[in-house]
Write a protein that binds this ligand. Structure first.
Ligand code: ADP
Ligand code: MG
Length: 708
């Protein structure tokens, strides 16, 4: 990737296959006229090492220069271009004082001011009696017009400075002039390229061609041209998005080409489960289940993301998919990121599996010895049909008879490598990834563009809203008193302690202190869980709480994902301001899962920052996870919403995921459509897209697309 190559020196040899038309753009940046070693160093600090990088280094702002015919018409302070005659050189009155050059237009004076200037330079630039065009910021000093360090000093025969001048981001000793000249030289090297954008898209948007877009983006005529929606910039952003989506589409195509298996259920087992349920599926569940079943029945390998807010009923959709695998004579595995979650999935699934006559079993890292051996033998013999587990299912001894479906819950906690490992276990099982973190559509497309998407955008009916309040921690006594009263009426509650300190130890101390305090106040019915506890103690606490022997669970954020105790109706989150929006939403989602009216108390430490205040406010306003995710994105930016490194979320130079979600959706459609029509990128447009992928250094795509 260009951004990683900060060092200069010899450019690496061109990778095989790069179209020769692009060679000049991939030479070293110092091969451009006017770019010496110092300029190259400054450019490298901006991750610009080749002319190509300069093309995509666009002005970030602009300066309007007003041409003012007569000095009398100046309106200081303003940036103006004027034509004057040099009248007088005034040498510095003392050390450290500036040179002054008094100029006139015949009627009025303008003084040019230079600090640290030397006489020969002044005399050569502004010879006495000569006419010069000067441009810069004019202000008033002691009532007299002056211009300190003009940006331009030109002779009347030179081309005048542009009325609107681009301002590039700089680094090191770079100046605007150096970058502008280098960018212009890079543009000169850019040959026109065959169009890769679908003609109808190009026409609809009214975009210029690639080269025209670059030229226009580097020569804005006004502020409007700097906007992301200006046609030239929008087109260049689209190029980036298209290249990225093409890569993902190629990955998807490559995966689909490796023949998967046809897993066709007959609905026999699923029917029994649906009959055993006290309620019907939601519309969204029905839709998602059908999409999954269709994928499984198709010969291509499924790679689908099931996205649904907390409580939208993903587990049931997953179970139906697992049963499809069993109906077809195979097995399925469901993997959860923590043991608590794996146990809970088993608890939810076991009774339904029993109703269907299917054998489900749990495998965690704690299973040892003979019981484990027996389980593994049954799994290898196909007697265990649905396996639920943690990372332990990756262990070498875990062998399936006929693994047809892998469901991964909360995928961001599993690495890509582990997903691949799992893929190696079965005969290329279909993959269903579930995430309870609603992601704005734009991010979902960017991050999971290689997957197909099912969204549970509807919650089971009858859910009551969660009354959410925010209180300063100084009112903690009131909260404890209300909690005590509610517990006396049989309520169950969570108390979440924050992760504020760097060190987990400090956090645990905080949680343990809080536990001690609440236990002293509320007695025996209080339990503690945190990630560092011995597993059996943790299980015991959870089991007590689930069964109602305990009524208050003091926890660190281990309960964030998935913990499901429908009787719990109160959630207290301490130092709520220190959590992110998505996390707060997840935590709150632990209550409001049953029939009882639920509440959530956000305890915060004063003073609240503006962002902290806004987060708590959004949370009080809505329970819609997708809306919360959009707000989160707007507040934090894409890279932070999903950690960039782990997500593989690309860094775009021009495109803006927050504001250009529509372009991204178009790019995804366009990319998939093109591959449907021209899977090997052999058509003229396919060839043009190849060039785009080389230009955008989509290495993964370049490897996938084969030779053209
Ligand atoms: P998620 O995993 O998406 O957060 P769950 O699968 O844990 O949600 O479901 C949340 C709760 O809703 C569970 O108690 C589940 O039994 C219940 N549930 C699921 N589907 C429905 C439905 N269609 N109607 C009513 N309740 C449902
Ligand atoms: Mg769940």
């Amino acid at each position: 990737m260009a951004v990683d190559r900060a060092g200069l020196g010899e450019p690496p040899p061109a990778p095989r296959g790069r179209p020769p038309i692009l060679f000049p753009l991939f030479a070293g940046v110092e091969t451009l006229p006017g770019v010496g070693p110092r300029a190259a160093e400054g450019l490298a600090a901006l991750s610009i090492t080749r002319p190509r990088d300069l093309l995509f280094h666009l002005p970030a702002a602009g300066i309007r220069r007003r041409r003012v015919p007569r000095l009398a018409d100046l309106r200081p302070p303003e940036i103006a271009t004027v034509t004057v005659r040099v009248q007088r050189h005034v040498s510095p009155a003392a050390r450290g004082r500036p040179w002054r050059v008094v100029c006139t237009d015949g009627a009025n004076d303008l003084t040019l001011v230079f600090f640290h200037a030397r006489q020969p330079w002044i005399e050569s630039q502004l010879p006495l009696g000569e006419t010069r065009v000067v441009s810069g910021k004019v202000d008033l000093f002691d009532g007299l017009a002056r211009m300190v360090h003009p940006d331009h000093i030109l002779s009347p025969s030179d081309p005048p400075p542009a009325g609107f001048e681009p301002v590039y981001p700089l680094a090191g000793t770079l100046t605007q002039r150096v970058v502008a000249r280098a960018a212009a030289a890079a543009l000169d090297r850019a040959a026109p390229l065959a169009e890769w954008i679908e003609p109808s898209v190009l026409a609809r948007e009214g975009w210029p061609d690639w080269r025209g877009a670059l030229a226009a983006a580097h020569a804005p005529a006004g502020m409007a041209d700097l906007s992301p929606s200006a046609p030239a910039r929008a087109r260049l952003a689209y190029d980036e998005l298209l290249a990225h989506q093409m890569t993902l589409a190629l990955v998807r195509q490559g995966r689909r080409r490796v023949a998967g298996r046809i897993t066709q259920g007959d609905g026999r087992l699923a029917g029994r489960v649906l009959a055993a349920l006290p309620w019907p599926l939601t519309g969204a569940q029905t839709r998602a289940a059908a999409e999954i079943a269709a994928d499984m029945a198709a010969p291509a390998r499924m790679n689908r993301l099931l996205q649904g807010d907390v409580g939208s009923g993903k587990t049931l959709v997953a179970l139906l998919a697992l049963l499809t695998a069993v109906e077809a004579g195979g097995q399925g595995v469901l993997m959860a990121p923590t043991e608590i979650l794996a146990r809970q999935h088993l608890a939810a699934i076991a009774p339904l599996a029993r109703a269907a006559g299917v054998r489900a079993a749990l495998l965690t890292g704690r299973d040892k010895g003979e019981a484990r051996e027996r389980l593994l033998a049954d799994l290898a013999a196909g007697l265990v049909q649905v396996l639920i587990g943690t990372h332990a299912v990756f262990q070498p001894g875990v062998v399936f008879d006929d693994l047809r479906l892998a469901v991964i819950d909360e995928q961001h906690r599993f690495g890509v490598a582990q997903r691949l490992e799992l893929g190696a276990k079965g005969q290329r099982p279909d993959m269903l990834v579930m995430t309870a973190t609603p992601i704005p559509r734009s991010l979902a497309l960017a991050q999971y563009g290689d997957m197909d998407l099912s969204v549970l955008d509807e919650k089971p009916p009858g859910r009551q809203p969660i009354a959410t309040t925010a209180l300063p921690v100084s009112r903690i006594e009131e909260v404890v008193a209300r909690l005590e009263a509610a517990m006396a009426r049989g309520a169950r509650a969570y108390w979440v302690c924050p992760l504020v300190e760097e060190s987990e130890l400090v956090d645990l101390t905080a949680a343990e202190d809080r536990f001690g305090m609440l236990r002293a106040r509320l007695g025996e019915r209080v339990r503690l869980v945190h990630g560092q506890m011995p597993p059996d103690q943790r299980d015991a606490s959870m089991a007590d709480f689930t069964a109602g022997r305990a009524q208050l669970l003091v926890a660190t954020t281990v309960i964030e994902v998935g913990v499901n105790v429908p009787e719990a109706t109160i959630m207290v989150i301490e130092r709520a301001e220190s959590f992110g929006l998505a996390q707060l939403h997840q935590l709150r989602g632990r209550v409001g899962r049953g029939t009882g009216a639920s509440s959530c108390v956000l305890l915060y430490q004063e003073p609240l920052s503006e962002a902290g205040r806004r987060r708590l406010q959004i949370l009080r306003e809505t329970e819609d996870g997708f809306r919360i995710a959009e707000e989160d994105l707007a507040m934090r930016g894409a890279g932070d919403v999903i950690g960039t490194a782990q997500s593989g979320l690309p860094r775009f130079r021009i495109a803006d995921l927050e504001r250009q979600a529509d372009l991204l959706a178009t790019a995804r459609q366009d990319a998939r459509l093109l591959l449907d029509q021209d899977p090997d990128l052999q058509s003229p447009r396919g060839q043009a897209v190849r060039t785009l992928l080389w230009l955008m250094e989509q290495d993964r795509a370049v490897r996938l697309m084969g030779s053209g």
